[in-house]
Design a protein around this ligand. Structure first.
Ligand code: SF4
Length: 172
């Protein structure tokens, strides 16, 4: 699907089962491709709003943006490795009303052992990571690792080129 403009459409796709793990070749029908594109667009929408910037007289404030609607399914959420992160996010970032659905009980249940300070630490840590990612993307610092010499990147303040670490009498 991704290179359909350059190659013949194979009309097949790969389905990966993460838990088994196994991969199967399946027919990629139009309706499935449509669903994938819609999901991709939805993800792109939320990723582009990872950090929300607001400005007022006192200065600039950065906050985490919202995530897509949680699936809130008892069977899936109870065993989800992201349950605690997801619950903190719903409570501390999105202030989602916990009315009905599996997450209503799971949020309180999974966060019972955490204090407000623990949760705030997590939220601020996530915000720092997102801000760092945005900066990297805008400066293309990751792409530059492959595309520019260390001398050029050092001039732009992106790295220390030709660094030598010394310890005691040796050099490595
Ligand atoms: S706990 Fe959150 S991330 Fe995990 S499956 Fe449920 S809604 Fe999705």
């Amino acid at each position: 699907m991704m290179y359909g403009d350059r190659r013949k459409d194979p009309k097949k796709g790969l389905l990966l089962y993460l838990k088994e793990p196994s991969m199967k070749v399946i027919p990629a029908e139009h309706i499935h491709q449509k669903g994938l594109i819609q999901m991709r667009n939805e993800m792109a929408y939320y990723i582009s709003r990872q950090v929300v910037k607001t400005a007022d007289d006192t200065g600039m404030t950065f906050n985490l943006g919202r995530l897509p609607e949680p699936i809130s399914n008892t069977r899936a959420c109870q065993k989800c490795p992201q349950l605690i992160n997801c619950a903190i996010y719903q409570r501390e970032v999105e202030s989602r009303p916990l009315t009905g659905g599996a997450m209503a009980g799971l949020v309180n249940e999974s966060l019972g052992h955490l204090t407000p300070d623990h949760m705030m630490y997590f939220v601020q840590w996530c915000l720092m990571l997102d801000l760092e990612t945005q900066t990297d993307q805008s400066k293309k610092t990751v792409a530059n690792i492959w595309c520019k010499s260390s001398v050029d990147r050092e001039e732009g303040g992106e790295c220390l080129g030709g660094m030598v670490l010394e310890t005691g009498g040796g050099q490595f």
